[in-house]
Design a protein around this ligand. Structure first.
Ligand code: DC
Length: 239
């Protein structure tokens, strides 16, 4: 029998990670945020470019000027993929974090602003997505919540449960603004921009799997969402 996984997809800032972590804690399962592998690709690229004398800021400002292709050309992505093969998943509490050459590359590092800006450049390359998908399939353990954009539609089409967490853009912006103390309007604009990028992407666009259960959390508290998720997992994945 294959690995038992719960696929949790949904737009940016829909609370996927927090819900997965809390549900995993309740059930004694693990949680892996699949975006971390896409972020790790960007992180490794930035490191390689740094070795070639390019600063992270310079790479990202080139992006702002619409020269993203330049980034793809100067780094050999096959070499990056070979590096990705070495990645192991390290468990901290319920969280699975990438460990590369003996070093845990943590959430803070992988959420650095330069990494966040560069990641979508790689997340839209079809052959790279295929490779990352295979890596994720191989590396995640049994009994794992996996959140992302295409987990139920592509990475684990036979997940024991598929969820699609969503909330209005305004509510997601309100939650994120409260969490990080930034300007609501700025965040709302950024969220709308990311929604559009994720939904209109030619490869693996963000959409609920046909057999996914959609949970609109706009008017729900997080404990309520977690309770619903735990009950669904108990019903569908644990007997
Ligand atoms: O969830 P996140 O913000 O950490 O995702 C980082 C990037 O990776 C974002 O551009 C969406 C992309 N991603 C993806 O294309 N497919 C996934 N399964 C997970 C993330």
């Amino acid at each position: 029998m294959g690995k038992k996984v719960v696929a949790v997809d949904g737009p940016a800032a829909s609370g996927k990670s927090a819900v997965c972590r809390m549900a995993a804690e309740r059930l004694g399962w693990a949680h892996f945020s699949s975006g971390l592998f896409y972020r790790l690709v960007a992180w490794l690229v930035l490191r390689e470019m740094e070795k070639e004398g390019e600063s992270w800021e310079k790479v990202v400002s080139a992006l702002k000027e619409g020269e993203a292709e330049r980034v793809e050309i100067t780094v050999d992505l096959n070499k990056i993929l070979e590096m990705m093969e070495e990645v192991q998943l390290h468990k901290e509490g319920v969280e699975l974090l990438p460990k590369w050459r003996g070093e845990v590359i943590g959430e803070l590092e992988l959420h650095r602003v330069e990494v966040s800006k560069l990641t979508p450049v790689f997340a839209k390359i079809p052959w790279l997505r295929q490779e990352i998908t295979e890596l994720i399939r191989r590396k995640v353990p049994d009994r794992c919540f996996i959140d992302g954009r295409d987990v139920g539609t592509n990475i684990f089409p036979d997940a024991c449960l598929k969820l699609f967490l969503t909330a209005s853009a305004e509510e997601r912006a309100r939650r994120r603004a409260k969490q990080i103390g930034e300007d609501y309007k700025k965040i709302l604009e950024e969220i709308k921009r990311r929604d559009e990028l994720d939904q209109k992407r030619a490869v693996d666009p963000l959409k609920p799997a046909e057999d996914a259960q959609v949970i609109d959390t706009t008017n729900m508290g997080i404990d309520e969402v977690v309770q619903e998720v735990v009950e669904l997992v108990e019903k569908k994945c644990i007997r």
